[in-house]
Each structure stands twice: as C-alpha cells, then as structure tokens.
Design a protein around this ligand. Structure first.
Ligand code: PMP
Length: 462
C-alpha cells in the first residue's frame, strides 16, 4: 500500500476514511456519500484543510484547544518526556515526577480544599471514576444505600456507559439500554426553550427545586451526589438564570449531597476564571476535568477531590479502580506545561479583560439579526438561538436542528467552524483569540446567518 499522507488527493483520503474509519456521533453511510473534511494543519486559531482552505476554528476543536494550535513548547515537552520516561504506571505504590508535579499544580489552582487528583484518560473516564468514587465514599461513611446520582436532562458527561447515563441526552439513552441503574435526572435550566411565561429568575428557582423534589422522592438516604456542568456545553451553551446555582448549592448543603461540577469544558479558563464553579459561585466536592487541562494536545482527564472525600476514601483501604493511563507521564508533562503557559502568559486575564469584553459586544449585536433570538456568552463560550419569532421564543416547525444544521453548513462554506445543537449555534474559540480574529469570526458568522436566512425564506420556512 502506498503511504497515506497529506499530499494525497482529498477524494482518495475520503474513500479510505469511509472504508475503514468509524466516526463518533456520525451517520456513517451519509458521511461516506459526502466525504469527510480532511484537516491537515493548525496554527493559532486557524485550521487548514486538504483543499487549502484557511478555517477559523470557532470551537477550539471540541472545546479543548485552549492555547490554540501549534505551540512549540508543548511539542517539545512531549518529545522530552517520551525520551526520558515514555510510560510508567501509578499502580503498585509507584509514582513519577510528571504525575506528582501536575497534581500539586492542579491542587494549587483549584479553589477551596479541592486538593487531590485521580487521573483518567478523558472526561468520560473521569465521570465513571466519580460514580464509583462517590458510592465508595458513602459506603465508607456507613451509608451504603446512598448510591443514586442525579444528573440533568440535556446535560452531557461523556459517552461511556457511566458518562452517558449521567448525561441526559435522550438520543444517547435510546441506544443500548441507558441509563444504567442508579441514575436519575431532573430538568435543565434552559429558560429560552422551556421557561414559557415565567421570568428567568422564577424559572431558575423552579428548576433548582426539582433537585430538592427528586431528593425527597428518592429519599435523602439514597442520594449520593448531584452532577452538573457549570454552563451546559454540548447541550447548547445553556447559561442558567442567576437564581439557579445559589439554590442548588443550598439544597446540596441541606441534604448532604455531594456536588460534582463537571468542568470538562468550563475548566482552565473557558469562563474567564480558572474554573466555571468560580464564575457561577458554587463549591463542589469534586470536579471533573479534561480537555483544556492539556489544551487537547494529549488525552488526559481526572477528578479533583476535596480533602474530606479524599480522607474518607483513604481511610477505607484500597479503592479498587484505575486506568492504565491514569497519570500518563507524557500527558501529565504536557498538561503541566500547558498550565504554566496559561498562567505565565496571563491567558485567563486575556479572556476576562480583552477577548470576552470584545467578543461580548459583537456577539450580543448578532441578536439584531432577524434569525437570532437570545445571544449568550460566558467567558469564551457562547450561543445564539435561531428562531422564526423572537418575541414568542418560537421554534422552527421543521424537524429540530434543520435550520441550525443549515446554518452550520453555511459556516463551513464560509471557512468558520461553528457548531449547531438543534437550532442553537455555539462557539468556544481558543482562549488566545485576538480582537482582529474575533472580527473575522463575527463577520463570517453574520454572513452565514444572512445566507441561511435567505435560503430558508426561499424554502418557505419563515
Ligand atoms: N463532560 C463534559 C461536560 C463534556 O463536555 C465532555 C466532552 N464534550 C465530557 C464530559 C466527556 O469528555 P471526553 O469526550 O473527553 O470523554
């Protein structure tokens, strides 16, 4: 077989891809007919594809390439660590410097007494760890019946059996008999889509109190934890009304329910603070981390655990759980270097003081567009809701996602990566994005919206 390289014609690469590569969250037959887009290079906020297009990546890959593409320091660190110690495990009373140094750094950065890290290879794995950890914790405290974990409909916590069960994605639950037992769900704080005639504040309180109702329904002695994303990401960048999180915190405190903040997207600067929990003013017992921990350069995730939970678990003997790649030295070294750069280059200050304010002004202005209802932005994660009638916060009559999908196709055609979730368009660009690049993002987004508007009007969808 000839070598498969970037220099091969796109059609040949696509044919090979279709023949042998099964893509995540993809209709394989449909993709095979169309051919996958082949990305060949990345630099800063820019991607290049096999046709030579220069694409602005408004999604930082999958919300992960926070430092942008092509950082030499991270490549150097990986190469150096591979030469020195490419792998060793952290089972059997063994450790190594990258795992130690990264855990200490994460403990320094994480708020409060979140001082202990259990490593995983991804966000999904880390959430599976969390399921086992919180059940083990309550058993160690003499409450073995506290096993149920409450998540939210339209939450996303990964694709493993555990992660997908904690999440509340109905399309995922429809396949393969999910959720697994011992997981319950409450509604999401999405006022735009579900708030009806209520004020956002009242709606936020109502959705928070569903947690209390669920705890009372199941019995306080059966509920181990509540898991939620500080800002829902894959669900469409849903920002809870201001009343929501204080009430959730009150309920978790009152009933002694562990609060797990899934910071896989919101961690490491995305919301303008190190962690989304700080932006939302919550005090979780456990945080799930991945993605921005290494800026996506290598796979790594983990759970940051508070002193009390860590001490209780430590006192209970062996926690029978772990992954071959827990604390992988190359991943840990790259993550540590990524955190060093985030800190020394003041990237989070850049998000808070420069990129967010600049993008916020231009993003909010998109709400003037005839297709756009609300425009939301927290730090550098944003969404716009597409609607045929702003005043009524109406949905398109066509199958959910059709208009969003069409808008995303226009974005692709205009060399912008913007994702759609149903009829919401979402962005999460690299945190290092500069004002002039934000201008390009907005110009391409507006052009794509204009084209979508014209096309759906012509098709009689408005
Ligand atoms: N939690 C959240 C909040 C996520 O957004 C994701 C991934 N999008 C995950 C967990 C799962 O992470 P991974 O894909 O690394 O398993």
């Amino acid at each position: 077989m000839t070598a498969i390289t970037n220099h091969m014609p796109t059609a040949e690469l696509q044919a090979l891809d279709a023949a042998h590569h099964l893509h995540p969250f993809t209709d394989t037959a449909a993709l095979a007919r169309k051919g996958a887009r082949v990305i060949t290079q990345g630099e800063g906020v820019w991607l290049t594809d096999s046709e030579g297009h220069r694409i602005l990546d408004g999604m930082a890959g999958l919300w992960c390439v926070n430092l942008g593409y092509g950082r030499e320091e991270l490549a150097e660190t990986a190469a150096r660590q591979m030469r020195e110690l490419c792998y060793y495990n952290t089972f059997f009373q063994t450790t190594h410097v990258p795992a130690i140094a990264l855990a200490a750094k994460i403990a320094e950065l994480a708020p409060g007494d979140l001082n202990h890290v259990f490593y995983a290879g991804s966000g999904s794995e880390a959430n599976d760890t969390n399921i086992r950890l919180v059940r083990h914790y309550w058993a160690a405290r003499g409450k073995p019946d506290k096993t149920v974990i409450i998540g939210r409909r339209n939450g996303y916590h990964g694709s493993t059996m555990g992660g997908a069960s904690l999440g509340g994605m109905s399309a995922m639950h429809r396949q393969g008999g999910l959720p697994i037992p011992g997981i319950a769900h409450i509604g999401q704080p999405d006022w735009w889509s579900e708030g009806g005639e209520m004020t956002p504040g009242d709606f936020g309180l109502m959705r928070a109190r569903e947690l209390e109702a669920k705890i009372l329904e199941l019995g306080e002695d059966r509920v181990a934890a509540f898991i939620a994303e500080p800002v829902q990401g894959a669900g469409g960048v849903i920002v809870a009304p201001e009343t929501y999180w204080p009430e959730v915190q009150r309920i978790c405190d009152k009933y002694e329910i562990l609060l797990i903040a899934d910071e896989v997207i919101t961690g490491f600067g995305r919301t303008g603070n190190w962690f989304g929990s700080q932006t939302m003013g919550i005090r979780p017992h456990i945080m799930t981390i991945a993605k921005g921990l290494s800026s996506g350069y290598v796979p790594i995730g983990g759970s940051i655990v508070c002193d009390e939970v860590a001490a209780t678990v430590a006192a209970a003997g062996e926690f029978a759980h772990g992954y071959t790649y827990s604390g992988h030295p190359v991943a840990a070294a790259v993550a540590l270097e990524n955190l060093r750069i985030l800190q020394e280059d003041g990237v989070i200050d850049h998000v808070r003081d420069v990129a967010h304010p600049y993008l916020a002004e231009r993003w909010q202005a998109l709400a003037d567009h005839p297709l756009v209802g609300e425009a939301k932005l927290v730090g550098l994660m944003g969404s716009i809701a597409l609607t045929p009638d702003k005043a009524k916060r109406a949905r398109f009559a066509s199958e959910a996602g059709t208009v969003g999908l069409r808008a995303r196709e226009r974005c692709f055609a205009n060399d912008l990566v913007m994702r759609h979730v149903g009829d919401r368009m979402i962005i999460a660009p690299p945190l290092v994005i500069r004002p002039e690049e934000i201008d390009v993002l907005i110009d391409r987004a507006r052009k794509s919206l204009d084209e979508t508007y014209a096309a759906i009007k012509a098709d009689g969808l408005l």
